[in-house]
Design a protein around this ligand. Structure first.
Ligand code: SF4
Ligand code: SF4
Length: 394
């Protein structure tokens, strides 16, 4: 068996410029289609945001085609989404109510937008008590097109096709810990994370179980009320008494620990991989979606680069030897890009492994990028429009 150091570098997967442009055309057209309403009725600021997003998303897709790399270009979009989402969100809160905090009474009367993270908490109360334990309108209205039904429908359609890729291409929270992980210089705690990876991977499942049961027992979205780190950078219950002060303290502590400090130290997505119950819930759909990452045993020489590069410890030595990822793979593409022997490949389920992996990658990326453009792209455009409003332009 060859040693890691003797591995020849993977030949570059560059495509010609013409072919890359051709493959990028569907995404360019999709982006134009998505943002046409912004040009028609969104005003100057939103039009500027839309143009920038179309260029941004199309350029990144072109680079994915041209270089054959996925992770690097996807991460640029995803981190931009994670860091710009709060800008637009906080600005709209300040414009509307002058503060990021919200009185509990307004929260329970539906004055807060639906967040997909709450989806698992809805299941038991909806099934047994026909109650949605989250305020807001179920069907779209003129003032709230992002109703509960629309958000869940969007999430479900995407998840059926692409599984846990939601966590790498759509979740506007995931870009935050990925961003802080990218800023980290060294992989500190690497041995700890590798040694206890099997335990760390179980934590989100335990939290998911608690959240589902407690939400049903208390008839409230328990995760939102007590555990969401992202309340720190979105909206949070106004601090009025000991209970709300405690809630706020938990949100800030989790945010600083899981989204900022630990990702920076470990270069892993610690909030997404070792805490988020919604991420665990998404993992279930990895069983039934169309795509996965596989490992060609003929080419693999057990160098471990793929495991080191995985941001959520979704690989173990054993899983790579079996030719698969673990259930919590979020299809970010880091392992495929890291493998110098082309042993890690994109795969369309039901087809032979390592036969035309580029075709599987292309099909996957069309789906993932279409969603990223529609969902994340519109968030980016709104945030950019907000910043354009701040500019002293006449
Ligand atoms: S699949 Fe992983 S362990 Fe095997 S050669 Fe590629 S990077 Fe190394
Ligand atoms: S196994 Fe590969 S594609 Fe899946 S999360 Fe890890 S690095 Fe990303």
């Amino acid at each position: 068996m060859a040693s890691p150091s003797s591995a020849p570098a993977r030949p570059p997967a560059f495509r010609s410029i013409g072919r890359s442009i051709l493959l990028t055309l569907p995404i360019a057209l999709w982006s134009l289609l998505m943002f046409t309403p912004s040009f028609r009725s969104g005003g100057r600021a939103l039009s500027i945001g839309a143009v920038l997003v179309i260029v941004f998303m199309t350029s990144l897709f072109f680079l994915m085609m041209r270089t054959g790399e996925t992770y690097r270009w996807r991460r640029i979009f995803f981190v931009a989404l994670g860091f710009l989402f709060p800008v637009g969100f906080i600005a709209s809160l300040i414009a509307e109510r002058g503060t990021m905090s919200i009185p509990i009474s307004r929260m329970v009367s539906g004055d807060t937008p639906f967040c997909f993270m709450v989806t698992p908490a809805l299941i038991l109360p909806a099934a047994f008590a026909r109650t949605i334990v989250f305020p807001g309108s179920i069907l779209p209205t003129a003032s709230n097109p992002h109703s509960i039904a629309v958000m869940i429908g969007l999430w479900f359609a995407f998840t059926l096709v692409l599984g846990k890729a939601w966590c790498s291409y759509a979740c506007f929270f995931g870009g935050m810990d990925e961003g802080f992980a990218a800023f980290g210089k060294r992989r500190r705690l690497h041995r700890f994370v590798t040694k206890y990876g099997s335990i760390l991977r179980l934590i989100p499942w335990a939290i998911l179980l608690c959240v589902v049961l407690l939400s049903a027992a208390l008839f409230e979205p328990f995760y939102c009320m007590w555990l969401c780190p992202f309340k720190t950078v979105t909206e949070f219950p106004a601090v009025r008494d000991l209970e709300t002060a405690l809630q706020f303290g938990v949100f800030v502590t989790l945010f600083v620990g899981l989204v900022v400090v630990l990702p920076y130290l470990t270069k892993k997505r610690t909030q997404c991989g070792f805490f988020c119950p919604f991420g665990a819930f998404q993992s279930l759909f990895n069983k039934i979606n169309l795509f996965d990452i596989r490992f060609d045993r003929e080419k693999c020489f057990d160098c471990g680069l793929c495991q080191t590069s995985c941001p959520t410890v979704a690989l173990s030595k054993e899983s790579v030897r079996e030719g698969k990822t673990l259930l919590n793979c979020m299809k970010c593409g880091a392992c495929v890009d890291a493998c110098k022997k082309d042993a890690a490949v994109w795969h369309l389920k039901g087809t032979p492994v390592a036969v035309k992996p580029e075709r599987a990658r292309l099909l996957f990326l069309y789906g993932a990028w279409a969603l990223a453009t529609m969902f994340g792209g519109s968030i980016l455009a709104n945030s950019i429009a907000t910043m354009v409003h701040w500019l002293p332009l006449k």
